[in-house]
Write a protein that binds this ligand. Sequence first.
Ligand code: ADP
Length: 473
Amino acid sequence: MDNHLDRQEVISALAGDEGFHIRKSKTLGEYYAYYAVKYGKEDKYIIRTSTNYSDKRDQLIYFATILTTFFIVLNCIIHFFYINYLKRDFENKIKKMKRYLEKGNTEKLLYYKKEEKWIFEFWEVLKEWQKRNLDNIEKLDYEKKLLKLIITSVDSFVGLIDQNGEFVLRNNSLNHLLILDNKKYTKAFKYIEIIAVIKKSIQEKKDIRQEIYINGIKEYFIISVKSIKKNNQFLITIKDITSIRRTVEIQKTFISNVGHELKTPLTNIKGYLIALEDAPKEIRKKFLDIVKNNVIKLENTIIDFLNISKIESSKILQIMPEEIYKIEKQVNDSVAIIKKEKNAEIEFHWDLLSINQGFINTDKEKLILILKNLVENGIIYNHSDNPKIDIFILEEKDKYKFKIKDNGIGIPEDKLKKVFERFYRVDKARTSNLGGTGLGLSIVKEVVDQFGGEIKVESKEQGGSIFKFYLMK
Ligand code: ADP
């Protein structure tokens, strides 16, 4: 039919052998599939056929939709499982990393797949970070230990209180100022003088450094309170300065005593020398004796002062084996005049360990200084016609024990404790005439202390005295 010649399938068949086309039928308004093919001799005819395509198209769309949905769902399921797998794998790796990091382990390698290079890199960064952290922790730990050691080894009290006034840290120095199981500073410190300073610093929000005197225990301290603003804490340090204060006081008293001790004999000497000019012949001798005694007293005082300054400046002992006969001789020589004057007798009783017979290990000069003072006192403070001084020496493994016994006037029991104090004399008027300075026994005690020893006295009035001391070897 000629009116079909313009159809697409016919055009295609005429051009080639066959033609196929799908289109909406203008007459029927639905989709049709058309097929045309040449037929007959010399291809004179064209056979054209058509079939309704709308139903098939709907079917196709229907199948395509089902298939697409199916594939989408399948894809989702696979995706879900894959994501889950990845997540778990990732979780396992992170868990492993966490475990390694928690153990402080930076060495262990993590297994990873090639495509997970980023995890490996991440792990490397973590390891580096962990290593730095561990180094810092170690450093901090060391510094913490060091700080603790410093705080615990200082002589001063060091404590840190928080904003509630409770100790968060403190050392054990100056424990006698504290009630140990109390946390609050107001209850922990026993003395109001300390509490008042801390309170003032907290209330006025300013650092305080102040010297305090605690009347209850008669001790001096320097207390410092510093606020650590960042943490709202306060650092308290307390330093005991009692011995420094006492030394200053002792020095002051010593200087004033020295002045007095020198002035008295000098005034006497001056007075008697002036009086001597007009004095009748018969009392001149008496005046000269007084002048002479005062000169001796001056000389003794100066010798004692020199001894004090000598032992204070050289506290180091020079201990070496010394022959005992030399020690005996030097002690006897040092008191020769008074010994002869008073017809005194000195006897040494050595009880040495057999291997050391004939020698003792000591600082000879300082031992002689001790013995000279004690022997001299035993002779001077003695009313007997024949003063007798016995010196007993007992050697032990690590020390020598000395006992110096005299048959002198003795010391009243209530004065025994005071005899080692500087310038102390039992009977001032009487002993001053004997040339005493009140310094001898204080020198003895100081030297014994330098030896790491201890000295005691046993005595009673008119009953003689025994001085006992020991010296470490
Ligand atoms: P001094 O230079 O006055 O002797 P010391 O310090 O040696 O000073 O002695 C202090 C005081 O102790 C003396 O003044 C004396 O009264 C008393 N004293 C010391 N040793 C004896 C002793 N062996 N017997 C009796 N009294 C003593």
